[in-house]
Design a protein around this ligand. Structure first.
Ligand code: DC
Length: 217
């Protein structure tokens, strides 16, 4: 259990946003500053995708994907410095950002049964925490009083991601635009979310903007 700072919110902070908008780093930074855990819902969708791929399931076949989840129960470890996902004693985390998982996860994330499975895992965690994803403020924790939504242009996001992966910026940008399109339905800002364009800000600038609001609310 981590030490909680005197100024930590007693409830739930939601941080949603488009792919590669910096949600994970921002959520981790906000959670560390507040001394509370953060939950990465995207990692759970990625874990579902990896388990289905490893079971040779057709990713459009909902019963087959759900069967893979049932056969291989996983556990999210919500560390503020970076979430980890375990399948028994196997740490899946490093395998969750492979290109094949990147390509498959949008298909798996539209399956209603998988969304229900992810939401159930998240709702089992006692607050306070920072919850990060696409629909934390709209669907999963609609009663959160502190909602944020991060955006940035596809070019800016592709340039950031190119620093992490040995891929061409144009190819990353094209893939991000395709993913934005696939994620559009579940990735809309909540009406009461504070929308932050992260383009002109560095990581610390985004974290400070959120902390300022959380402390004020
Ligand atoms: O945030 P990320 O890139 O790790 O998310 C991986 C995928 O999961 C992405 O295609 C969007 C989807 N996702 C979702 O549909 N709902 C969430 N709450 C989080 C992620």
């Amino acid at each position: 259990m981590q030490g909680r700072s005197a100024s930590a919110p007693s409830q739930i902070v939601t941080i949603d946003g488009v792919a590669a908008s910096g949600k994970s780093s921002v959520s981790s930074g906000v959670a560390r500053a507040l001394g509370i855990p953060y939950l990465s819902s995207g990692l759970l969708y990625r874990a579902a995708t990896l388990l289905a791929l490893e079971d040779d399931a057709d990713l459009n076949d909902e019963p087959a994907v759900l069967a893979a989840l049932k056969t291989h129960p996983i556990r999210l470890e919500p560390l503020a410095e970076g979430n980890r996902v375990w399948q028994g004693t196997r740490d899946l985390t490093d395998d969750l950002h492979s290109t094949r998982v990147d390509h498959g996860v949008s298909v798996v994330a539209v399956l209603p049964g998988v969304r229900a499975w992810v939401n159930e895992q998240l709702r089992q965690v006692p607050p306070p925490f920072v919850a990060e994803g696409r629909d934390m403020g709209t669907n999963v924790f609609p009663h959160s009083a502190a909602k944020f939504y991060l955006t940035a242009s596809p070019r800016v996001r592709a340039q950031r991601r190119a620093q992490e992966r040995p891929e061409d910026v144009d190819a990353i940008e094209a893939a991000l635009i395709r993913r934005d399109d696939l994620d559009r339905v579940q990735s809309a800002p909540a009406k009461d979310a504070h929308v932050i364009d992260t383009g002109p800000l560095d990581l610390d600038g985004v974290i400070q903007a959120i902390l300022k609001r959380v402390m004020k609310d």
